[in-house]
Design a protein around this ligand. Structure first.
Ligand SMILES: C[S@@+](CC[C@H](N)C(=O)[O-])C[C@H]1O[C@@H](n2cnc3c(N)ncnc32)[C@H](O)[C@@H]1O
Length: 205
């Protein structure tokens, strides 16, 4: 069985769901930073793709309309509970990030946190994000990426077979993915581990 599939993603993230929040605890400062850069405004329509258990909801200001999608029902079930605890109204739907069930231009902001390195076809996911954004809308990306240039570092080549089996690819490069999406990058920064974790903010022209 190929591991770069939605089926495998649903299986493995159903297994991770009960302990995901604990494992992802160190990502909190990066989420806060990315969402600060995304600069969400009251009244804006915000879409989370591959929203997981909803850890980002802690950093949402009061006011935007939040829609959260994910392939794995067990992750979304936790997100719904988390939103209830926070008193947030979130429209949470099981959905494939390769084929978003929304009309063109439905959102002002799309958040792609830790999904670009996980989803089987990241370019398709990014193009879907672009499609559902209004012109001038923003995309915030946070994930693990290989350096844009040069050969893949040895440690990533060694790590990738196990990492991509269990949780995530670690050999994807952000620059070509962004170029293929047609987005205009307005900001990029290293978020942690010498740029292995990266944040990007991009705009739909
Ligand atoms: C590493 S988790 C990230 C969750 C959340 N965005 C976060 O920042 O904590 C990856 C998530 O992507 C979801 N996922 C995997 N493939 C997907 C797909 N094709 N469409 C939508 N979500 C997907 C998984 O179910 C999982 O919840």
């Amino acid at each position: 069985m190929s591991i770069n599939t939605n089926l495998w993603n649903r299986i493995r993230y159903s297994c991770w769901a009960p302990i995901y929040d604990l494992i992802a605890l160190p990502t909190r400062p990066m989420r806060r930073r990315s969402l600060t850069l995304a600069n969400l405004w009251p009244g804006e329509r915000v879409l989370f793709v591959g929203a997981g258990t909803g850890l980002d909801l802690d950093f949402i200001p009061v006011g935007p309309t939040v829609t959260a999608t994910d392939l794995t029902p067990a992750m979304l079930e936790r997100l719904r509970r988390h939103a209830r605890r926070l008193g947030l109204a979130v429209d949470a739907r099981v959905m494939d990030g390769h084929a978003l069930e929304f009309a063109d231009g439905s959102f002002d902001v799309v958040i792609l946190h830790y999904i670009v390195a996980v989803i089987p076809d990241p370019v398709r996911c990014l193009r879907e994000a672009v499609r559902v954004l209004r012109p001038g809308g923003r995309v915030a990306i946070l994930d693990k990426f290989a350096p844009d240039d040069g050969p893949l570092p040895l440690w990533l080549r060694l790590l990738n077979p196990l990492a991509s089996l269990l949780a995530t690819n670690v050999n994807r490069r952000l620059r070509p993915l962004l170029a293929a999406s047609g987005l205009r990058v307005v900001h990029r920064e290293a978020a942690a581990l010498r740029g292995f974790f990266q944040i990007a903010l991009a705009v739909k022209e």
